[in-house]
Ligand binder design. Sequence first.
Ligand SMILES: *Cc1c(COP(=O)(O)O)cnc(C)c1O
Length: 455
Amino acid sequence: MDAREAALRQAHGHALRWLASLEDRRVPARASVEEIVRALGPELPGGPSPPADVVDLLATACEPGLTAFPSGRFYGFVVGGTEPAALAADWLVSAWDQNSVMRAASPAYAAVEEVAAAWLLDLLGLPDGSAVGFTTGATMANFTCLAAGRDAVLRRAGWNVARDGLTGGPAVRVLAGEDRHMAVDLALRYLGLGQPELVAADGQGRIEPAALRDALASGGQRPTLVVLQAGDIHSGAFDPFTETIGAAREADAWVHVDGAFGLWAACSPSYAHLTAGCADADSWATDAHKTLNVPYDCGLAVVRDPSAVRAAMGLRGDYLIQHEQGDPIDKVPELSRRGRAFTVWAALRSLGRSGVAELVERLCRHAAAFAAGIARTEGASVLNDVVFTQVCAEFGDDARTERVLARLLDDGTTWISGSTWRGRRVMRISVSNWSTTDEDVARALDAIRRACADA
Ligand SMILES: *Cc1c(COP(=O)(O)O)cnc(C)c1O
């Protein structure tokens, strides 16, 4: 066995032991950053070490400091696990080491990206022929889509950003719901567009169509972007797309939808009504590392008019071998990058159409079970209408909610983060992992009841 094979076997063994431990391990990490630094040894060695020993040291030292993100009992933030086919494909992505920049450089990557993109448009109910770029996550997908939109609305106003920059050009107006995700603000900051103008939202975080119409009417003829949301991180609510997109298009605005986890509702006949009308937008950002459960990192930037994203992100280089139909790099901000479409293809090929629908429905069913279990818990109440995968609960007052959250984290059965929603401290549950079972939900609910008992 050569040194490389020994290192790979070492990694394989550690990976299998880690995955097997998920069933029963505490979800929060047991060790602190300082303890892991000590276990690794802070000194850079003076010379080489055998690769297998390095992998063994890394895995052994890190093990106590790992959070069980892929556990079926992790419900913090919006965190997906990893579908088995996608995880195995991801190992190949590293072994193959394809640079996914150009068709001519890796026909295998270009082919897989093309097939996966067509499947995604079909499943998400988005227009055929849209460009699908594979980014690091939904933040960069929002950035990519909004760059295409910014340049398009300025082009319609007679201004060429790619050539002349933003300085001296017409001001771009950005309208977004007051409960948009902060990643939208970050993307706008990268784009030099500043803070969005906020449009009122209702009690579930859905943008108010009348408020949007008023805002559009007050703007005159300025180049405008409208940012809508499929899936609010607190309530799971979806903006009313039919009532908003028509009005925005009449005002000649570019309509973008941030659907990092919610866009996947379209894949299930039981939840597709939540995204009704959404396909009439100009661009959509979503994640594959959340609801679809591929490993980090993978977001998707979908733009109806491929020439718009190519104008914003494409490039020509004398030493590149470029294809007249466009290349993977024409749809994303980076040049060199890993082959993200391989894992997406593997997850979709493994689940099939019914498997993706069933995945979405299962996550929603578990969220409903959380809501029902919390509603039955003395002194606890669910604050949102549970329409999708998100549940927000409170436990009497802010101080008690905080105590319940702290005790729950100490207990370790589950990992659920707190947040502030509509002015109140809440326990925020996001069900996003393919492997969560009814038993995981029951164990997590028991832990919540224990945490409540003398809080
Ligand atoms: C997670 C999330 C984002 C940011 O996505 P990343 O993949 O973390 O970059 C943006 N919008 C919403 C609604 C999200 O849930």
